[in-house]
Design a protein around this ligand. Sequence first.
Ligand SMILES: Nc1nc2c(ncn2[C@@H]2O[C@H](COP(=O)(O)OP(=O)(O)OP(=O)(O)O)[C@@H](O)[C@H]2O)c(=O)[nH]1
Ligand SMILES: [Mg+2]
Length: 320
Amino acid sequence: MLKMKKWLENNIFKIKEALSKTRRDVARYVPTTENININVDEEFYDSLLEKFIKADVGLELSEKIINELKKNIKVGAVHGTPLQIEKNKLQEKIKETIKSQLPEGEVPGPHLQNGIYLIVGVNGSGKTTSIGKLARRFKDGKQKVLIVAGDTFRAAAGEQLDVWAKRAEAEIFSPPEVKKPDAVVYAALKKAKNENFNVVLIDTAGRLHSQINLMDELRKINSIIEKFVKPCLGMAPNLEKLIVLDATIGQNAIVQAELFSKAIGLTGIILSKLDSSAKGGVILNIMNKLSLPVKFIGTGEQIDDIVEFDFDEYLNGLIM
Ligand SMILES: Nc1nc2c(ncn2[C@@H]2O[C@H](COP(=O)(O)OP(=O)(O)OP(=O)(O)O)[C@@H](O)[C@H]2O)c(=O)[nH]1
Ligand SMILES: [Mg+2]
């Protein structure tokens, strides 16, 4: 419990840290940390728009935010005088405006709930790493965690997962004789049920040989899980289908999420590598375009580098 509490306290710090590359582009319109007055003129709006676009907030949403901000700020303006606003007040206005322009998409946490987690995403997005990090969180919370090697196609995939399972001190299920991912998943779920595991984290392939279709394989895995989950709904196994999206790729993340969502019906997003990205504004774009909640954020390569997404903390980290 103590570790879990520490994790939540770390959240704010880690989100701020992870956004530092993005912030360089979005928030550095203010050169000091003092609460100075800012000239809010066309030049200010133009540079803010440019920064939003650079951070991959997306043109359409960026323009919407700026136009609304102009309206919000005009309301308090004295006619004819050049507009100057205290930095703190201006930041609050920007945050309020961003919020007002997004659909109410955020699902309140905590997102770290026991259950079955199917983790999908293109190769290199951060699936295996995120599974290791999540496993560790659950282990810290004293849960019984099973990690499932659902990527049976790539030889090194099992080894990489094994490294993370050891780091997290979680059990791994990776039967060498089973070659089909859906068969591995089926056997793993049976084991989890029989042996009372309360968390199952399923790793999947990000790319297959060209003759095998990734989406078909994922559909097969998905239908195994759904069939399995249905009869034991009385036991309420929570099923999460999370896509791992690499924050450094910016707007392409949206295309990927749509593709996987169409195939298996996602329940949320893990946004990895926010720490290496200058495109952290993509979260706003995701919230605007997809009705999928961002549930976790990857903030580095170490096992502790994952936080629960919190919209207010995110905005505070973005606009500071
Ligand atoms: N900086 C940073 N690096 C990350 C993060 N998450 C993952 N990575 C790095 O991204 C690379 C790919 O991560 P993997 O977890 O192997 O990705 P994967 O989706 O399992 O890849 P495949 O198994 O090839 O499909 C590794 O070098 C990780 O260290 C993160 O939050 N921040
Ligand atoms: Mg992997």
